[in-house]
Design a protein around this ligand. Structure first.
Ligand SMILES: [Zn+2]
Length: 255
């Protein structure tokens, strides 16, 4: 069956002398692996369209009951050039595709996930600052898509709306329930969970709900960035099979 779809390139690996095995996150089929024959030959019909992060329009010869299909055509829709030349943006962009590669299952269509990934890459491409915010927002929107959205707004013990209660200086996130316990109720909990300041909590709620192109506007201190990175990493590893530390983030010079 010959099919065409838009796709984001997640990963490209050398295969035999001149070919590549490419993993795509496609609009119509979710994560799908293809062989691009001759893709490493000096002159090849795929050009630069198989670089990770590229948004491409592809034509696939798809075989039933196979894990690996044949790529017959690929053209660049959006190369995300600006992201590739700024180290922090590049690290975040590669982290986005690395994360999708890790946590999404093969050949499960999810058009909302595809839109989320392309939105994040577009927001990154036009962002001037705070690239990491886009990864944070993407992770929070992704866990919601997968059914593990945390509930940060109110205390799971007393019901206080913690975001607007000046008496609540910090909360503890209880990983297993994806909920928070406010500073007034923590006493009986013996400090279980991950401590977050109220400022960080506000940032997380903003990232979870704001449109992707709006999230880079929020300024965070390095300490707040570290706090959020650590929380999201632990949260993802707890709830999402396949999640682990993102290697691409080692390219970030702020960490
Ligand atoms: Zn409480």
């Amino acid at each position: 069956m010959i099919v065409s779809t838009d796709a984001i390139v997640l990963r490209s690996m050398k295969y035999r002398d001149t070919s590549k095995i490419v993993t795509l996150y496609s609009e119509k089929f979710g994560k799908i692996s293809v062989i691009a024959k001759g893709a490493r030959a000096a002159k090849n019909k795929f050009g630069a369209s198989l670089e990770p992060m590229t948004h491409a329009a592809v034509v696939i010869y798809k075989k039933e009951h196979r894990d690996l299909h044949f790529l017959s055509k690929s053209e660049i829709v959006q190369p995300f050039f600006k992201t590739r030349i700024v180290p922090d943006k590049l690290a975040v962009g590669l982290a986005l595709v690395e994360l999708v590669h890790l946590v999404m299952h093969d050949e499960e269509e999810n058009q909302i996930m595809f839109a989320l990934l392309t939105d994040a890459l577009h927001a990154l491409e036009i962002s001037k600052l705070n690239a990491l915010n886009i990864l944070f927002a993407f992770e929070l929107k992704l866990v919601r898509q997968l059914g593990f959205a945390p509930h940060f707004e109110s205390c799971s013990q007393c019901g206080t709306y913690v975001l607007e209660d000046a008496g609540v200086r910090f909360v503890h996130v209880i990983l297993a329930r994806g909920s928070v316990v406010c500073s007034k109720c923590i006493g009986g909990h013996d400090g279980a969970g991950i401590r977050l300041t109220n400022d960080v909590l506000h940032a997380l709620v903003h990232f979870a709900s704001a449109p992707m192109e709006a999230v880079a506007g929020l300024e965070l201190t390095f300490q707040q960035q570290d706090e959020i990175l650590a929380l999201l990493q632990t949260y993802m590893q707890y709830h999402v099979a396949g999640a682990r530390t993102l290697r691409s983030l080692s390219l970030l010079n702020v960490l």
